[in-house]
Design a protein around this ligand. Structure first.
Ligand code: MG
Length: 333
């Protein structure tokens, strides 16, 4: 029985469809009212064990449930509880007082009872008071509540740092994947060249169907390679006139979107430009910043390097420019 705010119950019904014996019911203004709303909808014998659990403690495991059920055999209620590890202080106006922690426990959930006695205990609870947990209601009705060892994993998500910890505990395990990309374009007439998304004035231009930005093409192929989604030509066929003369940043943006759609995230990118001209050094930082913007990464995760081939080969002879890139991508398993 999932008890939720009234305006969430319809969504919950959808989420629970296909799960047998799982119902959503509207809760009340307080925790105690919500618990009673859930109890009211249960159809079971009075001696049926009923466990009440805070959804804000998402790391409950079968062992916790088994422990309270076992203790319920010889008690009216059973709850997980942790001893106080820290010294307790009470601050009143100007003074701070140390409180003896001996015998103090932190109550957690799930809390186990039997349906009939728990309903009776709630019925007997004074209307003008607010119980803080179900064990307190049972205690007040004269029931004996057993403590079983609590678990730090049963912590309640209360503060922002609790959510950060929960995300680390619950996050999917990830595998680091590597992709590589290689691209080359021929030099032709022109007055500027696009490299890694930056326009550099030059006495030649690179020739290609798009803007011939070999740096962006290599990085795009590296990202697509890391997620096993083919290459730039598969996604943007050169035969398609839509991509003629287009700015290559849209190719990389597409690859980045594919990573995000798969639940992945790019860890870092490293590209090497191979050419005799133009000189890359003066533009390197601008390229890193441009790439960081396209990739959604801090600049220190983007590397741009350059080398010549000492006059050898097609880059050395000035026939063309080559770019080689690797990308590391963290993907959910
Ligand atoms: Mg290319």
């Amino acid at each position: 029985m999932i008890v939720a705010a009234a305006d969430r119950v319809a969504d919950l019904h959808d989420s629970l469809s296909g799960l047998d014996n799982c119902l959503a019911v509207a809760g009340g203004e307080t925790r105690a009212q919500s618990v009673q709303a859930g109890l009211a909808k249960l159809e079971a014998a009075d001696d049926m064990p009923v466990l009440i659990h805070d959804a804000a403690r998402p790391f409950v495991a079968a062992t916790h449930i088994q422990a309270v059920l076992a203790a319920l055999q010889t008690a009216d209620g059973a709850i997980p509880a942790l001893p106080m590890a820290d010294t307790l202080k009470r601050r009143d106006q100007a003074s701070v007082v140390t409180i003896a922690r001996d015998g103090l426990w932190r109550a957690q959930t799930p809390q186990a009872f039997r349906l009939g006695p728990l309903r009776a205990a709630y019925a007997a609870w004074p209307a003008d008071q607010e119980p803080t947990d179900d064990a307190g209601v049972m205690e007040r009705a004269g029931g004996r509540v057993a403590l079983v060892p609590g678990d730090p994993l049963l912590f309640k998500l209360t503060y922002p740092e609790d959510f950060a910890m929960a995300e680390r505990l619950a996050g999917p395990s990830r595998t680091l994947r590597i992709g590589q990309g290689l691209d080359a374009h021929r030099w032709g007439p022109g007055e500027a060249v696009w490299l890694c998304g930056v326009r550099i004035a030059h006495d030649q231009a690179l020739v290609g169907h798009s803007d011939a930005d070999a740096g962006l093409h290599a990085i795009t192929d590296a990202v697509l390679g890391a997620i096993g989604e083919g290459d730039i030509g598969d996604h943007f066929p050169p035969s398609d006139p839509r991509w003629k003369g287009v700015s290559s940043d849209r190719f990389l943006t597409h690859a980045v979107e594919r990573v995000a759609a798969r639940g992945g995230r790019i860890a870092n990118v490293d590209v090497t430009l191979v050419c005799e001209q133009p000189r890359i050094g003066p533009h390197r930082q601008a390229m890193r910043e441009r790439l960081a913007g396209l990739l959604g990464l801090p600049v220190d995760r983007v590397s741009v390097k350059a080398t010549t081939t000492e006059g050898m080969g097609f880059t050395g002879r000035g026939e063309g420019l080559m770019a080689q890139a690797v990308a590391a991508v963290e993907m959910p398993d």
